[in-house]
Ligand binder design. Structure first.
Ligand code: ZN
Length: 343
């Protein structure tokens, strides 16, 4: 993707952001779009289920986001865990193959997009699709232990006393290794609900000498703490002190909380700040569904974006319930700022 081989260098993210024009756009919700394309995600494996049943749908959604202008696409591995696949009767080898597949599918989508770019009159495209050759990163998603439990506990961050730092490291270690060996550009640790899990990720990155950089994203339901009640300052400090972490931020959190959280993160971290909120709708963990019409419109969502960038965000996208339309609107609002897209 044109950044050379210096993925381990501390300037990896700075170089990428420079090439992207100062600001980069991340993709939006995957599950929402898979369902719109007809996938049935009523399963503990959630969007990872499509790795088994319909990889072509995942590729289509990645492509939709690239065409909407995303510079970074996140793989369908959020809820893909070796332990989760094993419960479904797959062997360890088969489970690891599916993790690798999540990265392969995203890389395929990027290749296809690049082909489409070179095949069309890229920058003069008059259609709504943005077909512009640009550096594109594939981010391998790692969901939290709570995401594996599939009981909504990534939104509470309460794992109980039984779950120690070592238990979390043992849970995540092999998955992180397999994803790193699949050569994504970055590992996206997402929806981190407490500092214990952030510490587990930081230690795995160091101990296993993971040679792919990472970002750490936390989620919050009050704009002050992460969802478990741990201080966002303490959580962001863990990310700051890990050399392999090249960006830190917030995902899957209502837009109204983001501004204050960016200011908090900046108190303890000098790393680029990554923000991809949800639509603001609330999730009903018991019914395993989003409560309709409790969120903000794409216009409202986008009205926040410039403010977030003014206070320090440099990577912006969307999480649950956001769509290619949200991402297209983010691109348009950031384009004068980044100077990277023709108007
Ligand atoms: Zn989300």
């Amino acid at each position: 993707m044109g950044l050379g081989s210096g993925q381990q260098s501390p300037s990896f993210m700075a170089d990428f952001l420079h090439q992207a024009g100062g600001y980069a756009v991340i993709d939006g919700g995957l599950a929402t779009e898979l369902e719109r394309h007809g996938a049935d995600l009523n399963d503990p494996l959630w969007s990872a289920k499509c790795l088994l049943t319909s990889p072509h749908l995942i590729r289509s959604v990645h492509l939709d986001y690239l065409e909407a202008g995303a510079d970074i696409i996140i793989t369908a591995s959020y809820q893909a865990t070796i332990q989760g696949f094993e419960v479904k009767g797959f062997s360890k080898e088969e489970s690891e193959t599916m993790l690798r597949k999540s990265v392969e599918i995203a890389c395929d989508a990027r290749d296809l997009y690049k082909q489409n770019c070179s095949g069309s009159s890229c920058n003069s495209n008059r259609e709504s699709k943005i077909l512009k050759d640009r550096p594109i990163l594939v981010a391998a998603s790692v969901g939290s232990y709570g995401a594996y439990l599939a009981d909504g506990s990534e939104y509470s961050g309460i794992y109980g006393d039984r779950i120690t730092l070592e238990a979390l490291k043992n849970f995540h270690r092999r998955r992180v290794q397999v994803l790193a060996e699949s050569h994504p550009d970055i590992i996206a640790f997402e929806t981190i609900p407490n500092k214990l899990e952030a510490q587990a990720y930081a230690e795995i990155m160091e101990e296993e000498n993971i040679n792919v950089p990472a970002w750490f994203c936390f989620n919050s339901k009050d704009g002050v703490n992460v969802v478990s009640g741990d201080s966002v300052l303490e959580c962001a400090s863990i990310a700051e002190s890990c050399k392999k972490v090249v960006a830190v931020g917030i995902n899957c959190t209502p837009p109204r909380f983001i501004h204050g959280l960016i200011l908090s993160i900046k108190e303890v971290s000098a790393k680029p700040i990554v923000i991809y909120p949800n639509s603001g709708e609330s999730y009903d963990a018991d019914r395993k569904e989003w409560v309709q019409n409790t969120g903000v419109s794409d216009e409202d969502f986008v009205s926040y974006v410039n403010k977030w960038c003014e206070v320090g965000a440099s990577l912006v996208g969307g999480c649950c319930r956001t769509t290619p339309n949200t991402i297209r609107a983010i691109c348009q609002t950031l384009s004068p700022r980044a100077g990277s897209f023709p108007s």
